[in-house]
Ligand binder design. Structure first.
Ligand SMILES: *Cc1c(COP(=O)(O)O)cnc(C)c1O
Length: 486
């Protein structure tokens, strides 16, 4: 398996290379030269596999330059009962006839990003060791991704993390989750300001070439292919739990922001998994719904992004969308550059009445959006009718998913976070508290380890200079990861 960039193609690269590189030098995203195909016979053999076995079988098709014994060990070390709460790793709950919940939120930070990032943390450690390289992650987070990235890299050799978060603006749960980490390679920095101030600081440090080179800091705004590849296996897993034979089709409802989760479903479908529809569910920030229903892709200005009760889906543009669009335009890099150039000059492009737009149907994607009242209604419905507690993001998926449900086609709704992470909305919907998992009870007692600074680039530079591990400073070769996108 070799990888190409969505913009110019470029040299063919191996999985390990793009794992460490992140964004392609031409600004594009890496995609497989072609998607691996899973035959019906292979599919039969996969039906009874355990989660780690299945994850290995699917993921190894994308990472074929890592020796099989090493990759197996890494994957089996990642998806354990200790880390994900049960041997199933991703429990599938039958909710009603033809309705299932695929629960992706049993990992260390109680949200679906753990599934990919827990594996990535280990893959980075492995690849860096092989290349005798180090990695410095400088990121900004408004909550969820930061904690998932920190839990994935804590204690990993050759990796250090400086994570900026807006002081006093995260939920208590999110704050405890991040700031109580005591690992020496994790640095939490609370900035007196907003999430945008945090992002500006990251950008500012990246613009100082000398500093950047010395500490190996780079832009952390792109999307790592390995994250997508690590999300493909759970679509297979969910399919097998909801069907009795490979002659059946299912649909998935996917709460979507940056389009990473649902893109993995699209790739599973391209690999041959019998998926009827992939329902792209957005909240009020409906860039994706707009594209799939009208053909117009118009990223929002940062002032246009609304703060909603499903905050991990509050996005201005859908970073991973470029990978899907690349396929939609027949992998024509010139055409893609044209669209991207329209985007730069006009702020949008429009595929309405083009053959490309007509092709969306073949890809299985449909879309819809929901608002705060819909989320509350879905949380209440699942609680009252099915005694199931869902979080506001999952509720967005459920709302649009149910609108697209068809008789005879099982619908799997992806559960992307645990309700307790969004306690305020649960209280509003149900008038009661979401129970705190045991593993989190002790968080309340742990000391918080965080540096509070003003939103000032010099202050941040001084902090990094004083705290960066000498091992991670030049002359060692180093990479800057793109684990973080929010
Ligand atoms: C990140 C996130 C999403 C959105 O996933 P994308 O891959 O960005 O589409 C949805 N729900 C939760 C809880 C998340 O953390």
């Amino acid at each position: 398996m070799r990888y190409i960039s969505t913009r110019t193609g470029g040299d063919l690269r191996t999985f390990t290379k793009i794992l460490l590189e992140g964004l392609a030098p031409d600004g594009g995203l890496y995609v497989p030269e072609r998607y691996p195909e899973i035959s019906t016979k292979e599919l039969d053999g996969m039906r009874t596999m355990s989660y780690p076995e299945l994850a290995y079988t699917v993921f190894s098709r994308f990472a074929d330059d890592i020796p099989a014994t090493d990759l197996r060990r890494i994957i089996f070390d990642t998806y354990t009962k200790e880390r994900f709460g049960s041997d199933e790793i991703v429990p599938v709950k039958r909710i009603d006839d033809g309705l299932y919940l695929l629960d992706l939120s049993e990992g260390p930070t109680l949200a679906f990003k753990d599934i990919a990032l827990q594996l990535l943390g280990r893959l980075f450690e492995y690849a860096l060791d092989k290349e005798r390289a180090t990695l410095t992650i400088l990121g900004a987070t408004s909550g969820d991704t930061g904690s998932a990235a920190e839990y994935a890299t804590r204690g990993r050799k050759g990796v250090q993390v400086f994570m900026l978060s807006p002081y006093g603006r995260m939920s208590e749960f999110q704050r405890r989750q991040m700031y109580t980490l005591q690992d020496e390679n994790i640095f939490n920095i609370a900035v007196r300001g907003t999430f945008d101030d945090c992002q500006d600081l990251v950008k500012c440090l990246n613009e100082d070439a000398a500093f950047k080179q010395r500490y190996h800091l780079g832009a952390v705004n792109s999307i790592n292919w390995a994250r997508i590849a690590a999300q493909v296996p759970y679509y297979f897993w969910g399919y097998f739990r909801a069907t009795g034979s490979n002659a059946e089709q299912v649909s998935f409802a996917v709460p979507s922001g940056n389009f990473g989760n649902v893109l993995a479903g699209y790739i599973a479908r391209r690999m041959g998994l019998p998926i009827k529809e992939l329902v792209v569910a957005t909240n009020e920030n409906n860039v994706l719904e707009e594209f799939f229903t009208t053909g117009r892709y118009r990223p929002r200005k940062s002032g246009e992004v609304v703060a909603t009760s499903s905050p991990s889906m509050d996005i201005s543009k859908a970073s991973n969308f470029e990978r899907y669009l690349f396929d939609l335009v027949g992998r024509d890099g010139t055409r893609l550059r044209e669209l991207w150039s329209d985007l730069r000059t006009r702020g949008s492009f429009d595929l309405a009445r083009t053959p490309e737009f007509a092709r969306i149907g073949e890809t299985g994607l449909v879309a819809g959006s929901s608002a705060h009242a819909d989320r509350l209604a879905a949380i209440r419905l699942f609680s009252a009718k099915y005694s199931a507690l869902i979080d506001p993001h999952t509720a967005d998926g459920v709302t649009t998913g149910l609108k697209h449900q068809e008789p005879g086609v099982p619908l799997l709704c992806l559960g992307t976070a645990q309700a307790v992470k969004f306690a305020g909305t649960i209280r509003e919907a149900l008038g009661r508290e979401a129970p705190l998992p045991d593993s989190y009870r002790e968080l309340a007692e742990l000391p918080e380890r965080v540096e509070i600074i003003d939103a000032n680039a010099d202050t941040l530079k001084r902090y990094i200079t004083e705290h960066a591990s000498q091992h991670c400073v030049s002359p060692h070769m180093a990479y800057t990861a793109d684990l973080i996108r929010k």
